[in-house]
Design a binder for this molecule. Structure first.
Ligand code: SF4
Length: 376
């Protein structure tokens, strides 16, 4: 039998002012005005249908991502949040995050988002170099990114995050560290520090830029990690750093194999049911189809043979130990099924084991893909 984990809600806003050349998210360049009211109505109708999978379950966090959610008007955000609260029980103190693009941020609108119930903002800074931002196709400059961070701080939110990338085209370790230093000066409680990867089906995928070589990337990672630790940040996932007490609860729930409903274009969901099934859902990707009322594109059961990989793929990204009992509670499987795989991971030095926990080692962190392959 499954223990039902915490449930969170993801809401996708699929539009951006323009498409960045490295982006493979489900985002669409705006051709006209965002259909604020109509899209919110569809999101709420989608939520009504989605909640049939998780009736009466309280929601512990909400994440509004995109695309560029800060393109949504303050009025539409109010209606969305009111509609969500009417339909489900949001736990007291629940984290409600919204992604914001520094190029679409104004003080008055941020205050209105906060009044609508947003208590955490994640700002897509990416770099403080005007030249790099231009190369990444971003619509904002370094000054706008700093203004957005200062504004988030002034609002006195529960927390705010800066998204920063490294390994950018022709980036030197010095430039990458300079970006980090400027981010740290803005005192965000949370920093997401990603390496740029080239994805197929993007402009960079068809015309790849020159990226730093492996030695330079390693140098950036090592020195950047030291810089963040010295500034009081604690790494808790491959790309996530937070001051103590400020880890992102929404993302932690994904990585701990928690449940989530996904509404909006292309949103993914994962829900455990009381009959022992685990269901994954995917919503219609394109706004046109979605806004014709065809929300659900796919729904599949996660079969027992696929559950160990799915569990560890999420869990081993986290640097915190994994309580062994959670494997059985959240997958409905006996630990004896994965005993041979765990033994191989122990022999390879990727994890350690105590009576109650598994812990990824430094080597396991470095060779995460090899560790996960053991559970395929
Ligand atoms: S702003 Fe973000 S979601 Fe939109 S195209 Fe750029 S990277 Fe993708």
């Amino acid at each position: 039998m499954l223990n039902l984990p915490p449930l969170s809600l993801y809401i996708h806003i699929p539009w951006c002012v323009q498409k960045c050349p490295y982006c493979d998210f489900n985002s669409h360049a705006l051709k006209e005005e965002v259909p604020h009211e109509a899209y919110v109505s569809h999101l709420l109708a989608d939520l009504d249908q989605s909640l049939r999978l998780a009736p009466q379950r309280p929601v512990s966090s909400i994440f509004i991502g995109g695309g560029t959610p800060s393109l949504l008007s303050a009025e539409a955000m109010h209606r969305l949040m009111d509609g969500v609260r009417q339909r489900l029980c949001l736990l007291p103190g629940a984290e409600v995050t919204m992604e914001a693009n520094p190029g679409t941020v104004e003080a008055a609108r941020f205050e209105a988002y906060q009044a609508a119930g947003i208590n955490r903002i994640s700002i897509g800074v990416q770099s403080f170099s005007a030249e790099k931002l231009q190369r990444l196709g971003r619509i904002h400059g370094p000054q706008e990114a700093k203004e957005a961070a200062r504004l988030a701080k002034r609002l006195g939110l529960l927390s705010f995050n800066l998204d920063l990338m490294h390994g950018l085209p022709n980036q030197t370790p010095q430039q990458a560290l300079d970006d980090l230093r400027q981010a740290v000066e803005l005192e965000p409680p949370h920093l997401s520090w990603y390496q740029l990867t080239i994805e197929p089906n993007t402009l960079f995928g068809s015309r790849p830029p020159v990226l730093p070589d492996d030695d330079a990337l390693w140098d950036i990672y090592q020195r950047g990690h030291e810089l963040l630790c010295a500034a009081g940040y604690v790494q808790y996932e491959t790309s996530a750093y937070a001051k103590p007490g400020y880890r992102c609860h929404h993302n932690l729930n994904y990585w701990r194999f928690g449940d989530y409903l996904g509404i909006g274009c292309g949103a993914h969901g994962k829900v455990s049911l009381s009959d022992g099934r685990i269901v994954r859902t995917v919503k219609t990707r394109h706004p046109r189809g979605y806004m014709e009322g065809r929300y659900l594109a796919e729904q599949n059961d996660v079969e027992p043979q696929d559950r160990p990989f799915e569990f560890f793929m999420n869990r081993f990204r986290l640097l915190e130990p994994c309580p062994r009992e959670q494997f059985g509670q959240l997958t409905g499987l006996s630990e004896s099924i994965i005993r041979p795989n765990i033994d191989r991971a122990l022999e390879a030095g990727y994890i350690t084991e105590s009576d109650t926990e598994w812990q990824v080692t430094k080597k396991g962190k470095l060779f995460l893909n090899s560790l996960l392959e053991l559970f395929l």
